[in-house]
Design a protein around this ligand. Structure first.
Ligand code: LIP
Length: 275
């Protein structure tokens, strides 16, 4: 994709707008490939544990994305969940989760997404999270707002903690999962209810659109969260990594600015970020 560097209609920097368009176009095309490969039957393997599933579709989708980025954006760096880091040192870096929610994808549960983010000088400036089953395309540009299609997102409800619907996730290591289970067991009596949907990128989008009120999880891969964090932030979500750290692969917590500080304090007391 080449085009003259023209001012974006929203007044955003032209490169950023071009990167944003590419995240959306590639995410939708990659989603179609994921569904096609699943229809042809999956070869299933595991990575860090017996529950850390990877399929040939994950690898094929990532290879497609890397090939397209090398064609359309030669010289950019790429960090993919399945292939590691390529072409380090470029000002522009792409973070790819070809199928976020792989276990859901493998089982046929329609809660998985292609997640693509573009960084410039280490700052995420564009991101897209696309669910190929529902067709939901969440996207954002830095300073340009967050959207589901053309619908601008305004974040979660402001509700008391005791009424809040909390999304979270658990790791692939059985020992860590057990410790995370003890944390959520302590949390559950303090909140309204729990949702474990199985895709961090879509959890962050659910927070951005208000389908859940609060979210926390960690540790995660940078590819799981790069696009979703931008979408949530651009929707007005208050994010934190606890202990004064920003949200990141180490830990993510988010909610409406009215109630987020109390939620962060409860998570800190429970040691949710130290499991
Ligand atoms: C998944 C995340 C999910 C988390 C899982 C896993 P994957 O990513 O999206 O939130 O709880 O443990 O990390 O492995 O399906 O790309």
């Amino acid at each position: 994709m080449t085009s003259a560097a023209i001012p974006d209609p929203a007044g955003l920097p032209p490169v950023q707008a071009e990167l944003a368009r590419l995240t959306r176009e590639l995410a939708v095309a990659a989603g179609e490939l994921a569904l096609l490969r699943r229809s042809q039957g999956l070869d299933i393997d595991t990575k860090s544990s017996v529950t850390d599933v990877v399929t040939d579709a994950d690898r094929a989708v990532e290879e497609y994305l890397i090939s397209e980025l090398h064609r359309l954006r030669p010289g950019d760096a790429v960090l993919g969940e399945e292939g590691g880091e390529q072409r380090t040192g470029s000002r522009v870096r792409w973070l790819l989760d070809p199928i976020d929610g792989t276990v859901n994808f493998m089982l046929g549960l329609p809660q998985f997404a292609v997640s693509i983010a573009a960084e410039v000088d280490g700052v995420t400036v564009a991101g897209c999270v696309h669910n190929p089953v529902s067709g939901a395309t969440f996207h954002a540009e830095l300073g340009g707002g967050a959207f589901l299609g053309d619908q601008q997102l305004t974040g979660p409800r402001s509700v008391p903690l005791a009424e809040a619907i909390v999304a979270t996730g658990f790791g692939y290591d059985a020992g860590r999962r057990g410790r995370q289970g003890r944390v959520v067991g302590e949390l559950l009596g303090q909140v309204g209810n729990l949702r474990r949907l199985g895709s961090a990128s879509l959890d962050l989008c659910a927070l951005a659109i208000g389908w859940v009120d609060l979210y926390y999880e960690g540790p995660l891969g940078p590819w799981d969260i790069a696009a979703g964090l931008l979408i949530a932030a651009e929707a007005g979500v208050q994010l934190s990594g606890l202990d004064g750290r920003p949200a990141g692969p180490w830990f993510v917590a988010g909610g409406h600015p009215d109630g987020a500080p109390e939620f962060f304090a409860v998570l800190t007391d429970l040691g949710a970020h130290r499991v």
